[in-house]
Design a protein around this ligand. Structure first.
Ligand code: GYE
Length: 321
């Protein structure tokens, strides 16, 4: 009799080990809290959709919160997930700084955390399981590579670059700048002459570029390097209003790869699109499944990406963002 019950316990234990995640009551599916930073671009909408769709496909319950680009709101959203005692939290952080306290609270409540897209800045790397997202530095390098190749054979003494960065205090803003600068340093003629801040939004980018052009009427530049497609769309309007032909008078390099910017690549207003891949859902859910079945995760998981320009325009896969 004792042998049978031991066998029974062993079978239950083995099956429990195979289950995808801890369920609080054995009836409900595991609950995942997903805190998204905003909806400022169609890139981000696709990022949200990719994660939500894949979670649901895998039978996870999803609690979703959008912080609408407000850091305080996002910290509050994560605290709400902790008080709901969710099984795991996914955070797409708005800003790099300020996460330690809330992540310590999650750790104390034994709730694992996965960071997606932008990075967080913390001295304690045990506060999250893994970061899943693009290599922003490699994106900057790719943008720089296009710039240096484009001008390699052109006889110019200096090549001036207007840079349009996203929200300050975020890792893509920093790393896309670093990667770009690293690569263009191969060509001593290239110089970033001005850096404008566009916060990753179309309106803000339009305003800052327009103001710049109005106040620097006699100053020309050769390249516009914009860190995101939404900002590029705002910049293109400002350039055209100021009688500058994007793609012709100046070379336009942008990052993301939204459908609406691929159209601009096709009509010649944009010269190069460095892809930033929002389709991370499969990677995120795969990491969650592996974690719940007892596997150790790599601390950094990169998503593969490429570059589009006139040389491969007919081979660009259909965009879903
Ligand atoms: O490039 C931009 C978005 O954090 C990588 O945020 C992301 C950036 C993306 O709004 O379009």
């Amino acid at each position: 009799m004792r042998k049978i019950s031991l066998l029974f316990l062993l079978i239950i234990f083995l099956f429990a080990g195979c289950s995808k995640a801890p369920t609080n009551d054995g009836v409900h599916n595991p609950v995942i809290g997903f805190s998204q930073s905003g909806t400022e671009s169609s890139w981000r909408k696709a990022h949200t959709k990719s994660i939500k769709t894949e979670l649901k496909k895998n039978d996870y319950e999803v609690l979703y919160r959008n912080a609408f680009m407000n850091q305080e709101q996002q910290l509050q959203d994560v605290r709400t997930f902790i008080s709901y005692k969710v099984d795991l939290i996914i955070i797409a952080p708005l800003q790099e700084a300020g996460w330690d306290n809330v992540l310590r609270a999650a750790k104390k409540a034994h709730i694992p955390v996965i960071i997606v897209d932008r990075h967080i800045d913390t001295a304690d790397q045990t506060l999250f399981l893994t970061h899943i997202g693009p290599s922003f530095k490699a994106e900057g390098n790719r943008a720089g590579l296009y710039a240096t190749n484009y001008f390699a054979e052109k006889k110019l003494d200096s090549i001036d670059i207007l840079e349009l960065v996203g929200l300050p205090g975020t890792s893509p803003s920093k790393l896309r700048h670093d990667g770009f600068r690293e690569t263009i340093s191969r060509d001593s003629r290239m110089k970033i002459t001005s850096t404008l801040v566009g916060n990753y939004t179309r309106n803000k980018a339009y305003d800052v570029v327009n103001k710049y052009l109005q106040t620097h009427k006699n100053k020309s530049f050769n390249i516009l390097y914009s860190h995101s497609d939404e900002m590029t769309l705002g910049a293109l309007s400002a350039l055209k209003e100021n009688h500058i032909k994007p793609g012709r008078n100046i070379v336009v390099i942008t990052i993301d790869g939204q459908e609406n910017i691929i159209k601009k690549l096709a009509n010649g207003e944009v010269n190069c699109v460095v892809e930033c891949n929002p389709d991370v859902g499969w990677y995120v859910v795969n990491a969650i499944n592996r974690h719940f079945s007892g596997h150790q995760l790599a601390h950094e998981i990169y998503i593969s990406e490429t570059t589009f320009s006139e040389s491969n325009i007919d081979k660009i896969p259909t965009r879903n963002y």
